[in-house]
Ligand binder design. Sequence first.
Ligand code: NAP
Length: 231
Amino acid sequence: MNRQRNRTALVTGAGRGIGLETVRQLDLAGLDVVLAARDPERGRAAARTLGSPRIRVEELDVFDAKSVEACAKRLADDGVDVDVLVNNAGVYPTVSFFSLDEDVMRRALDVNLMGAFRTCRAFCPAMVRRGYGRVVNVSSGLGALTGNVPSPAAYGISKAALNALTLVVSAAVPQTVKVNAVCPGWVRTDMGGRGAPISVEKGADTVTWLACLPDSGPTGGFFRDRRRIDW
Ligand code: NAP
């Protein structure tokens, strides 16, 4: 893997699961990492398990626009440039379409779609100004439209919308800022459950790969196992 010294990555929803493992892998790759979690105490406890001096913990609830703005301001005030943004925070409502109420639907969209919308608007303009950026939207094959009905309802629709956001943002920035989506596969986390076939290390691998893409790397794509997949 490329050594990425002097770059800073911010990972949302990083207190556990794929987010925490992505922090670990990015730290190993040599980046400074902001472990962003909506509960900073839990975030600090998670960071301690990794024991790296290059990890900084920040409170960030992607559901809350003010929380995103406040986090971006704290980092800017401290002179921290976010070069790599990993939109990992996610919720997984499993309710079927006719049992779904508006609150559940709104919550899924608010975290899985609007969370990334908010962070992209907070951090991408400075990436464009500095001429370097990597954005990784942690999506899901359950949001793929090709040969698939997005499912379960609220989750699938929110991830399909996150895929659309990926294309829109990638078209809105120059090629120096690479914006891609990833399906980590079915991963053994609290969300994926114990029966999932993929380890968290493997699940985070393509996330980390996209976060560390060289300048010649792709943008505006959807990837699983480091390979392009259909939207
Ligand atoms: P997880 O273990 O359930 O972790 C979800 C993370 O998202 C937690 O850190 C949680 O924080 C955070 N989060 C939820 N709402 C948030 C909010 N409003 N603001 C900030 N953080 C919030 O799930 P995971 O398996 O690691 O999933 C990570 C990502 O991968 C998600 O986007 C998920 O959709 C995607 N994915 C997972 C699988 C899979 O099989 N596991 C498959 C495809 C895609 P708290 O600890 O505070 O709750």
